[in-house]
Each structure stands twice: as C-alpha cells, then as structure tokens.
Design a protein around this ligand. Sequence first.
Ligand SMILES: Cc1ncc(COP(=O)(O)OP(=O)(O)O)c(N)n1
Ligand SMILES: Cc1nc(C(=O)O)sc1CCOP(=O)(O)O
Ligand SMILES: [Mg+2]
Length: 371
Amino acid sequence: MVTRIYENSQFDESTNGVVVMVEPYSQKEQIQQVVYRILDANLDRAREGLRIIEEWCRFGLNNAQLALECKRLRQEVAKWHTPELRAARDTPGDPGTELTHPQEEQRASIKSVLQANFCRIEEALRVLEEYSKLYQPNMAKACKQMRYEVYTLESSLMGHQRHQLLWRSRLYLVTSPHESLLNNVEAALKGGLTLLQYRDKTADDSLRLEQARKLRQLCHIYGALFIVNDRVDVALAVDADGVHLGQQDMPIAVARQLLGSQRLIGLSTTNKEEMQAAIAEGVDYIGVGPVYETPTKLGKVATGLEYVSYAAKNCSIPWFAIGGIDANNINDVIDAGAERVAVVRSLMQAEQPTLVTQYLLSQLNRIKPEL
Ligand SMILES: Cc1ncc(COP(=O)(O)OP(=O)(O)O)c(N)n1
Ligand SMILES: Cc1nc(C(=O)O)sc1CCOP(=O)(O)O
Ligand SMILES: [Mg+2]
C-alpha cells in the first residue's frame, strides 16, 4: 500500500480527536481516482477553451452562429462532468498547476489566442477520449465526435477570420527576391501591411520552403495574411492562408479541392471575361492588371485605367489593382475606382518600407475609411 492510505485519515470528533484510519484505497480504486482526476481536469480544460473561442465569436466577430456552436459544444462537454468526476478533484495536490510555458504568457495576436485555444480543446478532447475508455465507452465515443466537431468549428472560424481580413486589406505586398527579404517585409508589416504574397519565380524548392516558412511566421506575429504565389504544395506545406494563381497556373477547381474551402485563392485577370470567369469559379479575390507596364512582369501588355474602372463598377469580390503602381500614381488608380492595390517594387525597393506602406495606406484609406 502507498501513502495515499494515510491521506485518507479522518479527524473524528466522537473519539475526541483520535485519528481514525478509513479503509485504504485498493490499487484498482487508486487508478480509478487518477482516471477521474484526468477526466475532471480535461473536461474543465475543454470547456474553458471553448469559452475563450466563444467570446471572440460573440464580441469580436458578432457572429451568432459561431458563438452558438461554441455554446452547444460547451454544453455537450458539461453533460459528462458528473459530480463523481468533480469529487475526484485535488487542486492542491496537482503538480501541474505550477507548470507554464513562456509561450502561454504572451500571445502575438487574436489568431494566436484562437489557435492556442483550439489546440488546447482538441488535446483535452483527445485525452478525454482515451481515458474515458476506462470509464464509460459512450463518453469516449462522444468525445471523439466532439473533437471532429471542434475541427470543423476551427476551420470555419479561421476561414471566416481570413475572409474578414482579406476584405479589410487595402494594400497587398507581392515580394521579389531580396537580400533582406525578411527585414523588408517586417518593415512593411510595421507600417500596417495586412496582406503579403511570397513570389519568387527562380528559387529552388528548399529555399522557397525555408523563406515561405519564415514569412508565414512573420505574418502570423503581425496578424497578417500570408499567400504563396503559384505553388499550392508550398502553400499547404507551410500552412499559408492561401495561394495566388495566374491564368496559366493550376485550374481553380483543382486548387480548391487541394486547399479546401477555408483557404484563400486569388487569380490574376486582365479583362472582363477573365474577371467574370474568376467570380463564377469561386475565387476569393482577383488581381486587376497590369494597370501600367512594368519591368516586374515584362512583356505583359498594360490594361490601363479602363479595366480598373470596369472592375470598380462590376467586381463583387475584393480586387487589387496591380502593375506599375507607386506613390506617384496611386491617386490616379484610386480616382479610377481602386480601393485596393498590390505592389512589388514600390515596397521591395523602398529605402523606408514602413513609411511607404503608411503613405500608400493613407491614400487608400482616404476614400472610404470604413472598409
Ligand atoms: C495580386 C497578384 N496579381 C497578379 C499576379 C500575377 O500572377 P500570374 O499571372 O500568375 O503571374 P506570376 O506572378 O506568377 O508571374 C500576382 N502574382 N499577384
Ligand atoms: C506580379 C505581377 N502581376 C501582374 C499582373 O498584372 O498580373 S503585374 C505584376 C508585377 C507588379 O509589380 P510592380 O508593382 O513592381 O510593377
Ligand atoms: Mg503565377
């Protein structure tokens, strides 16, 4: 027998303070207590995590449907939290209450808070599923089902977040190879950039993956969206927010199948037929250009401001004017109807990318600050 026996000692008033030993736990009972404690702790963990997500859906997104789904899951978890399991709680005797990780003490963005808490809920449900097999197999089945429902909730919520941020983004930086790629991008993020595309037409795949991973991490820290140009496989490998495709790249339907409904797909368009086809194919945004001829995309004929005006009147999804846009001509593009622009050289070759980002954003925000 182990020390647990003595922890079961009780003070008995009827024997004038003589300590009475109660029956020691058998080994089987001790294990049962441990299982109960694990179930109790993880039921709490799952509910707390769901509550944190729910608060964001309710107050941050004003999304009643997502908030309701969190609440339903919370109540489903609560159903399994019986008095028998609660009675096993021994917080003072739990060495885990002291354990924290530095990453838990600080979060870079709402996205990090949400991701950390989805992880927490999913882990808790997995623990519940395994240990409740020793308790009630029905509970194990229910926890497995709930875990899948949480995965679905996570993908809807993250997809929703992505779309919201896309709609709010007015400036899109498309990168070009640069010796200080990360510093340059970070400077733009500091200036308020919320949408980045990694574009490198010549790098080999190992460098491409390494850079994409680092850029995604950077965007994650600044709460910006991260898109990969051309390569669906790289986008998936680094868990990017989406991919940008051209008319000659992978068909949209195939990319959608690979990326799922929650990641973003952008498509370049140069005329109204391509624009209408892109919308019909269900892309999330389009590029509109090249507005001006540009050395970044040599040989592509400029569409001029006419196509920008057409997009302003006819495009129902977010669109970004692109091609030769800089601080000198951005107001002409805005006057033609653009609310969003994408640039390469203006920021990649800027001496002070933070300032240029701020300037471009200030011009774009001038028209309709409420986007
Ligand atoms: C925002 C945005 N618009 C257009 C493009 C060009 O895409 P594509 O035509 O596929 O050409 P490449 O960029 O792959 O050379 C883009 N990348 N981003
Ligand atoms: C990558 C790209 N796509 C374009 C299109 O019209 O599809 S124009 C373009 C390059 C834009 O670079 P800059 O801002 O340096 O002119
Ligand atoms: Mg392409």
